[in-house]
Write a protein that binds this ligand. Structure first.
Ligand code: HEC
Ligand code: HEC
Length: 462
């Protein structure tokens, strides 16, 4: 008698679990699925994955030298198609919140000049995080509890590249979400398809529910992009801060130049600094600081927070010159950034402040990178020189000058889209010496992760 009770009880539990169809969440399987898909060449023709444009060892941006030096945008799977923007890093994008206009409402349609408009991924924030919702959990409380944190801009974003003709170019299909059937079928029949079942409790039903299953694949990609592997916080700056005797700058392990660069980065121009942290901070819109750079909200104006992400997640037009070498460049049709998404006057030329983690991660010493939405700058030295001098040098007289040509001629070209808000004291007139410029670059170089994400091994089951 005493022996039969536990057997009955466990049979009962099993029966109950089956009848309410509760799936067992498995975050590791979800992340592993997302990683497999991220590196899988799901494209037509079969030659392009997310990782083709977001190359891990080049800081998750484009990894072909000639592209970074010239067209900046990566050609799509169909070799006749190409977009017009530089791929931003996909690492640390997990820190970007859903798009909101803050005080000015749920979206940015009323946010003046893009101020208080925060979040959303893509350079213009158009992957808002409000597309994929709770429907992916079908009321399952366990899955909701375990996976809800992966909804948001990154899940929404992951729906886009597959069917995009300048990206992976899979067939649109006949479902609501372009590419849903093609991607669902691909994952269902892939060697790693079992990971879907482990993560979601059932195999994908591509015939009847491709849209829903596609969204679950997007949530998996987001889970990978949220993983500690992609957000390793493993840079020299992170280790030096963690190892520091008092946990405060100046850091014992930094050179004097790196410590100086840090101080310049965090101090305002009024205090002899460069004011970079007005915008490259830990998610605080710069308008929330008073004139002495005393934060109203940010507990970390000194940059001592371990997981600093170096972005206010907000939008600014900092007057970047046009890049005539960029693919699809049209002088009569400038890239208007946030305005292209919201259509709100005042948002012209606003782009979301990118994280600065891994700005100097590159495939090898001297391997070229491109900076800003249009890749105008090729080196961090050029970027810092621009911040220092953009408004204090004459306008270039030759047309279409590259950053190198402009610097050689001691001038800067007109901005691609003229900023409406004044940038005095923030961009263009910082009055830094050459040594101070070099110190800022030295500091930026401490932000390179030591953990390099590797492509996954082929899935062999578990
Ligand atoms: C052909 C190159 C290409 C491919 C393939 C590609 N991307 Fe991108 N990615 C880009 C470009 C360019 C942007 C910026 C586009 C924009 O802002 O309009 C971008 C933006 C992003 C962002 C936004 C980052 C941020 O901070 O705003 C994420 C995340 C991302 N891609 C992930 C992915 C994933 C996941 C895949 C595969 C499903 C993928 N990308 C495939 C080029 C590519
Ligand atoms: C007013 C806000 C603001 C300030 C101040 C600011 N930045 Fe930026 N930063 C941005 C924005 C916005 C972009 C993207 C602009 C674009 O692409 O049009 C950017 C882009 C960059 C990039 C390119 C990153 C990439 O992945 O392409 C670097 C590097 C950078 N900033 C470094 C700095 C440094 C160093 C300072 C201080 C000298 C600084 N920023 C000050 C807002 C700011």
């Amino acid at each position: 008698m005493t022996k039969t009770i536990p057997v009955l009880a466990s049979a009962l539990v099993t029966a109950l679990a089956a009848s309410s169809a509760l799936a067992e969440p498995d975050v590791a399987a979800l992340e592993a699925l997302g990683k497999q898909v991220f590196f899988d060449e799901i494209s037509v023709p079969t030659r392009q994955s997310c990782a083709t444009c977001h190359v891990p060892d080049n800081g998750f941006t484009a990894g072909v030298a000639a592209i970074n030096m010239n067209g900046v945008a990566v050609t799509g799977a169909n070799p006749h198609t190409v977009g017009n923007r530089k791929p931003p890093t996909a690492a640390y994008a997990a820190s970007v919140p859903n798009l909101t206009g803050g005080f000015f409402g749920p979206d940015c349609s009323l946010a003046p000049f893009g101020l208080f408009c925060i979040g959303g991924v893509f350079w213009d924030g158009r992957a808002t995080g409000n597309t994929i919702g709770q429907e992916v959990f079908e009321g399952d409380a366990n899955l909701t509890a375990a996976y809800a944190g992966f909804l948001g801009p990154l899940a929404d974003q992951a729906l886009g590249p597959f069917a995009n003709h300048v990206e992976q170019n899979v067939p649109d299909g006949s479902t609501e979400l372009p590419g849903a059937e093609a991607v669902c079928n691909h994952v269902a029949s892939a060697q790693y398809g079992e990971l879907f079942e482990l993560a979601w409790g059932t195999a994908p039903d591509c015939a009847n529910d491709a849209d829903l299953e596609f969204k679950r694949i997007a949530v998996a990609i987001s889970a990978f992009e949220h993983s500690t592997e992609m957000n390793s916080f493993s840079s020299f700056r992170d280790f030096a801060l963690a190892n520091d005797a008092d946990g405060m700058f100046p850091l014992d392990d930094f050179t004097d130049e790196e410590n100086l660069g840090h101080d310049l980065f965090y101090n305002t121009k009024d205090n002899g600094g460069a004011g970079c942290a007005n915008c490259h901070n830990n998610g605080v819109p710069f308008i929330l600081f008073d004139e002495n750079f005393q934060p109203f909200q940010n507990p970390d104006a000194r940059g001592e927070e371990p997981d600093q992400i170096y972005s206010d997640n907000s939008f600014h037009n900092i007057g970047i010159p046009p890049n005539p070498a960029a693919a699809n460049f049209d002088p009569n049709d400038p890239d208007e950034g946030l305005f292209e998404f919201t259509g709100v006057p005042g948002h012209e030329g606003d782009f979301r402040t990118p994280t600065l983690r891994n700005v100097d991660m590159r495939r090898g010493n001297g391997f070229p990178k491109a900076y800003m939405h249009n890749g105008y700058f090729k080196t961090l030295e050029q970027v810092v020189h621009f911040y220092n001098t953009a408004s204090s040098k004459p306008t270039c007289t030759m047309s279409g000058a590259s950053a190198a040509e402009a610097i050689a001629n001691d001038c800067w070209p007109e901005a691609e889209v003229t900023p409406i808000l004044p940038l005095a004291g923030l961009v263009g007139d910082l009055e830094l010496s050459p040594d101070q410029e070099a110190a800022l670059v030295a500091y930026l170089k401490t932000l390179t992760d030591t953990v390099i994400v590797k492509a996954p091994l082929p899935y062999v089951g578990n």
